[in-house]
Write a protein that binds this ligand. Structure first.
Ligand code: MSP
Length: 509
């Protein structure tokens, strides 16, 4: 079955700093969605990468005493490495210093010029290098003679010649676009924030700078480099071959979901669709803004020195438990706190005790009582009613929760089945049936096997490595691991390899 192509993107990460768990989070959510969609029969393109131009990166390179290109080459590698250790299944990794990207930015700029959307003027106002954003005077607060943006970043006064994009003329068209596409901004709680910003009136946007040089040169006026957000947002179409709208990947546009953090929603939900519509290109279908992680109740920051390196977490807890925790702990869209105790509690309680034990008990008994061979499927009876009910409709439920980016609920729904299966074990006591009613004992194990296969299949996008191991132990052939394959019961007679524990419990402390 071929289903609609799906294009999913992460933000491209600034290379001014080492990656931390906050960066891993945006990409993890995207990865989980990409894996689910592939498993569900879609052709998926999953893009991530690094944002390498602009004043902030130029300053970080200078502080490190390196040439910006050498600096970005080095730091970009650490994001590529993060994608590898986190098991991300991205199809491409884009860097904004690549030629293909410069070509796309130049072409988009020229198209906007041709459409009369760009003019040369003078910018005078407040700029926060940390956010790479312009702010109006009414948005600022002042402490000890320094002015700050709402994000907490200090601003500086900038006065220089600049090209402008006629954003001021796009307010009404953006509002009708939001109205016609109620699902464009998600979660719904974020919609109003964007709407009221647009309703308060948009100013034309400064889209070039002359006070530094680390950027894509403005065509025909190389004293200017493009504003880093115009450059950065364009990455989403560069990767599909823009400006060649006949390129092999172009059919993925418009993007299905741009996954972003709440701090960068304004750029994606206001500037980006305005640039695209101005260039006669369709805007993305959806922008989802997730919340921010704190660490043990504190903001994660370089100065506090508490930014968590995901690699250290993986070494301590394992990759899949970390992926599970990040996706399960906090409703996607809310802020959340990263606490070791909470991670350990979920690892021990849900992964080891509920899922791990269920698999271990079932598969160990199947070795002994079924001669390590999968029994024929059997019709469920009254004793199985609750177990069957927990599995019925689960695929459709999980699919629709993932389409709404409710990852925590999708996982909880799968674990409701696991809980039900554990209850069924307690109730039926399959280990005792070997003596009293061996045929019934075998039938019970087969029902448990069916439940485990369903749970393991649906959990593959969350814990790819561990679920691959579980599916191996369940004897599920590689070609029967997609979601569509769940419609057909596994034939009896498949060999069941010896089981091994899936999750190691961690001592709290
Ligand atoms: N370069 C821009 C994005 C350009 S996209 C065209 C940028 N980069 S960033 O490296 O600063 O941030 C990338 C992502 O990491 C954002 O989505 C941001 O929300 C996310 N996070 C950074 N710190 C975070 C937490 N503490 N918690 C969760 N996510 C956080 O912005």
């Amino acid at each position: 079955m071929t289903r609609a192509p799906i294009y999913l993107t992460t933000p491209i990460y600034y290379v001014n700093d080492k990656p931390h768990v906050g960066h891993a989070y945006t990409s993890l959510a995207t990865d989980m969605t990409a894996r689910f969609k592939r498993l569900d029969g879609h052709e998926v393109h999953f893009l991530t990468g690094t944002d390498e131009h602009g004043q902030k990166v130029e300053k970080a390179a200078r502080d490190a005493g390196e040439d910006p290109q050498a600096f970005t080459d080095r730091v970009s590698t650490s994001f590529r490495e993060l994608a590898r250790v986190m098991g991300f299944s991205n199809d491409d990794f884009i860097r904004t210093t690549e030629d293909r990207h410069k070509r796309a930015c130049t072409a988009l700029w020229e198209r906007l010029v041709a459409k009369g959307e760009i003019y040369l003027g003078h910018y005078e106002g407040w700029y926060a290098v940390r956010d790479e954003a312009f702010y109006g005077p009414d948005e600022l607060t002042e402490r000890d003679g320094v002015k700050y943006a709402p994000s907490g970043a200090p601003v500086e006064w900038v006065r220089e010649p600049s090209y402008f994009f006629r954003l001021g003329a796009w307010g009404e068209r953006l509002l009708s676009f939001y109205e016609a596409n109620p699902d464009f901004i998600a979660p719904p709680s974020r919609r109003n924030e964007v709407l009221s910003f647009v309703k308060s009136g948009l100013q034309d946007l400064s889209i070039s700078r002359t006070s530094f040089t680390w950027g894509v040169k403005v065509p025909g006026d190389p004293a200017h480099v493009m504003y880093v957000w115009l450059d950065a947002l364009t990455n989403y179409i560069t990767a599909l071959g823009y400006p060649d709208e006949g390129a092999p990947l172009w059919h993925f546009w418009p993007a299905d979901v741009h996954f972003v953090g709440k701090d960068i929603l304004r750029f994606h939900a206001i500037y980006w669709p305005a640039f695209l519509m101005a260039a006669d290109l369709p805007p993305p279908k959806r922008v989802f803004a997730h919340g921010w992680w704190t660490i043990e109740g504190q903001k994660m920051s370089k100065s506090l020195g508490n930014a968590i390196d995901p690699v250290a977490l993986i070494e301590e807890f394992g990759l899949d438990p970390l992926r599970y925790f990040l996706l399960r702990e906090v409703p996607f869209g809310n802020d959340g706190d990263f606490a070791r105790a909470a991670l350990i509690a979920r690892l021990n309680g849900e992964l080891a005790d509920q899922l791990g034990n269920l698999a271990q008990r079932t598969l160990t008994l199947m070795q002994r009582n079924c001669d390590a061979v999968l029994p024929e499927p059997g019709a469920p009876g009254d004793a199985e009613a609750a177990l069957v009910a927990a599995g019925q409709g689960l695929v459709a439920q999980v699919r629709s929760l993932i389409d709404e980016q409710k990852f925590d609920q999708a996982i909880a729904a799968i674990f409701a089945l696991v809980r039900e299966a554990n209850g069924y074990v307690t109730q039926t006591q399959p280990w005792a049936l070997k003596k009293t009613d061996p045929a019934r004992g075998v039938a019970v194990l087969r029902h448990l096997h069916d439940a485990l296969r369903l749970a393991a299949t649906l959990l593959q996008p969350v814990m790819p490595e561990t679920m691959a191991k579980l599916l191996d132990q369940l004897g599920v052939p590689a070609e029967a691991r997609a979601i569509a394959a769940l419609a057909v019961p596994l034939p009896g007679g498949l060999p069941l390899p010896a089981p091994a524990p899936l999750f190691a419990k961690i001592q709290a402390g």
